[in-house]
Design a binder for this molecule. Structure first.
Ligand SMILES: *[C@@H]1O[C@H](CO)[C@@H](O)[C@H](O)[C@H]1NC(C)=O
Length: 336
């Protein structure tokens, strides 16, 4: 018998933490500042947040194309964010839990931290990388740890556009990796571990996998038994999932906040048989009619990631069991 069969507890459990995730919704740097597809995703995101009583949305970078914001007072905040995500269910204090993408780093990332620091800000972004724990109100006191990482810094990207020496970027990257290893270790006791960042580890779409993350992040996610890794950068929804086992991390692409690209150029890089789902946009029509996001439900029984299109329809769902220690002992896991 598999030691951690999901269905064993699924019958009595109910989801009592729900959150959303979306990336790459960064609008346009010129009038009309947004697109029809971004507005449709925004409306569907709001409807999902209301229907599921979502606690927050993970916003995984590229919030403003193409060069981020200039300051905390940049008009893009209003034009590309506040005036687009207007649904009340998306407008709680700190509802938007952000980490930067490469396009954010091309502008003033400090301004995104400063915008978050204002009283009553919708934006939550205390530092470039951060972690927190949610504890469900169930008998088991099920815990979910969140670790949001800055993959641009981790991969040695320049931290601003004034081109600091490579040495400084490298030092910043090593400091960020040290922080990440500590954060993952601190999350050892959590029932679920959700890691989010901008660049993907695996991706079937136009940009494809990120070499630096495959080399250094993937082994860390596996050894620390992360439940899921959520990422953006590639403008697509996808799920790359090995068969469930304690070291099997499920990879979900959520970068369809503005549009879904038609590209499947890197499908061949996904480990054989592990591409569970890939939403592709239609070439030329994707600015109008594509896009999407994910919604995640957590209960003692499992964490379910559901992919939604811009019309709000569910396209794909996948569940992982908690990081139960008996799974580790036997090396077996199952989903029924
Ligand atoms: C970045 O934004 C912050 C907050 O608005 C501002 O104080 C700072 O001057 C900006 N930096 C640059 C280089 O414009």
């Amino acid at each position: 018998m598999p030691a951690c069969v999901l269905a064993a507890v699924a019958a009595t459990a109910f989801a009592d933490l729900h959150f959303l995730a979306v990336a790459d919704w960064g609008g346009l740097p010129v009038w009309p500042w947004t697109t029809p597809a971004q507005r449709r995703v925004a409306a569907a995101l709001g409807a999902a947040a209301e229907a599921h009583d979502s606690a927050f949305v993970l916003s995984l970078g590229d919030h403003f194309y193409y060069r981020g914001v200039r300051s905390a007072d940049d008009a893009r905040w209003r034009r590309g964010f506040e005036d687009v995500y207007t649904h009340d269910a998306l407008r709680g204090d700190g509802f938007w839990r952000a980490v930067a993408g490469n396009h954010d780093h091309a502008g003033n990332v400090s301004a995104q931290l400063a915008y978050a620091a204002r009283p009553g800000s919708l934006w939550y972004y205390p530092s470039l990388q951060y972690r927190w724990r949610e504890v469900l109100r169930d008998e088991e006191r099920t815990s979910v740890d969140f670790v949001l990482i800055d993959t641009y810094v981790l991969c040695g990207g320049r931290s601003d556009r004034r081109r600091p020496p490579r040495g400084a970027a490298r030092a910043a990257a090593e400091e960020a990796w040290r922080w990440l290893e500590g954060a993952l270790a601190e999350s050892a006791s959590a029932d679920f571990l959700v890691v989010g960042g901008h660049y993907p580890v695996h991706s079937p779409a136009g940009h494809g996998p990120t070499a630096c993350l495959r080399r250094r992040l993937e082994p860390l996610l596996r050894s620390h038994r992360a439940s899921v890794y959520l990422s953006g950068h590639d403008h697509a929804l996808f799920h790359v999932g090995p068969p469930l086992s304690p070291a099997a991390v499920q990879y979900h692409g959520v970068g369809a906040g503005l549009l879904t690209s038609a590209s499947a150029r890197h499908a061949h890089t996904v480990p054989h048989g592990q591409l569970r789902f890939h939403q592709r946009g239609r070439r030329f029509a994707n600015v109008v009619e594509s896009g999407g996001f994910v919604g995640c439900s957590v209960s003692a029984a499992g964490l379910t990631v559901t992919h939604y299109g811009a019309d709000g329809n569910a396209l794909h769902a996948a569940t992982v069991p908690p990081r139960a220690t008996e799974c580790e002992a036997t090396g077996e896991a199952g989903i029924t």
